[in-house]
Design a protein around this ligand. Structure first.
Ligand SMILES: NC(=O)c1ccc[n+]([C@@H]2O[C@H](COP(=O)([O-])OP(=O)(O)OC[C@H]3O[C@@H](n4cnc5c(N)ncnc54)[C@H](OP(=O)(O)O)[C@@H]3O)[C@@H](O)[C@H]2O)c1
Length: 259
């Protein structure tokens, strides 16, 4: 038994992602575009994934570092495999894959939820993330990082969003299962669960004083999330400092789940 803990000669910086090769899905706008900027400013190479090529190109043009634009649908198995192949061709592999693409149509209740909407939400948010992780696992090596964008609504649903909540709760199960599956090859799998951030997806809430007040009233810190509040969680989970963290959910919600 040791009587003194061994102090390392140096410590990994919890935000360092310089030189990492990072795939970000849902990168054409909103939180994915924000992540692309944060990782690019921090010295990473980023592959931007979404359906709308024009929007991806404008995000890419504004980045300070190298990027790839890969347009396609995350629900398409072949497309995900093609993204993985592109990382091998262009970069020799991938270090971090952020499954962030998501949709959240609001409906009035179960009778108004057309089953096609239910299926589409699960297809994009849950199956799309799984297919990305599945493709990533083929080309990632030891030290790889899979990060899913979940949501606090996976734990605390709101009216009209049952399909969305189911998809985000399901992601936690997928992440934990894959964390076990991929632990033997040294790949970690975690979820970042944002609270409420001003983005095109949340536009309806941001613009309604009543809905906005209901969000801030349920957030311990009494405000919406700002862009700079979110990116550090992803950078930490992508960095060498998080090597012993897998199968976890990191809520970045200003205490939304506490109130
Ligand atoms: N904003 C928030 O407050 C908040 C809170 C918690 C969690 N989230 C989660 O954060 C993630 C990003 O949300 P956001 O607020 O940034 O939403 P957003 O602004 O609507 O962006 C969604 C992104 O996903 C892409 N996308 C949608 N369907 C796709 C598909 N089938 N294939 C490929 N890409 C697809 C969109 O691009 P194209 O349309 O060009 O494909 C876009 O880039 C989502 O998973 C969302 O659930 C957001």
């Amino acid at each position: 038994m040791i009587d003194q803990i061994e102090i390392p000669a140096s410590f990994p910086d919890p935000g360092t992602v310089s030189g990492k090769r990072v795939v970000i899905t849902g990168a054409s706008r909103g939180l994915g575009a924000l992540l692309a900027h944060a990782f690019s400013h921090a010295g990473a190479s980023v592959a931007l994934v979404a359906r709308t090529e024009r929007d991806l190109k404008s995000v890419a043009e504004a980045l300070p570092g190298p990027s790839l634009v890969l347009s396609g649908d995350v629900t398409d198995e072949d497309f995900n495999e093609a993204v993985a192949d592109a990382t091998v061709t262009e970069w020799g592999g991938v270090d971090v894959w952020i499954c962030n693409a998501g949709i959240s149509p609001i409906v009035a209740g179960p009778r108004q939820t057309d089953v096609s909407i239910w299926r589409q939400v699960l297809e994009v948010n849950l199956t799309g993330a799984f297919l990305g992780a599945r493709a990533a696992a083929r080309v990632m090596s030891e030290g790889g990082r899979l990060i899913f964008t979940g949501s606090v609504l996976g734990e605390r649903p709101r009216k009209g969003l049952s399909a969305y909540s189911a998809s985000k709760a399901g992601l936690v199960g997928v992440a934990k299962g894959l964390a076990l599956d991929l632990a033997p090859v040294g790949i970690t799998v975690n979820v970042v669960a944002p609270g409420w951030f001003d983005s095109p997806l949340a536009d309806g809430w941001v613009k309604s004083p009543e809905l906005s007040a209901s969000i801030t009233g349920h957030t311990a810190l009494r405000r919406w999330g700002a862009p700079a509040d979110l990116t550090g969680a992803y950078q930490f989970l992508a960095s060498d400092a998080s090597a012993f963290i897998t199968g976890t959910v990191l809520n970045v919600d200003g205490g939304y789940l506490l109130v």
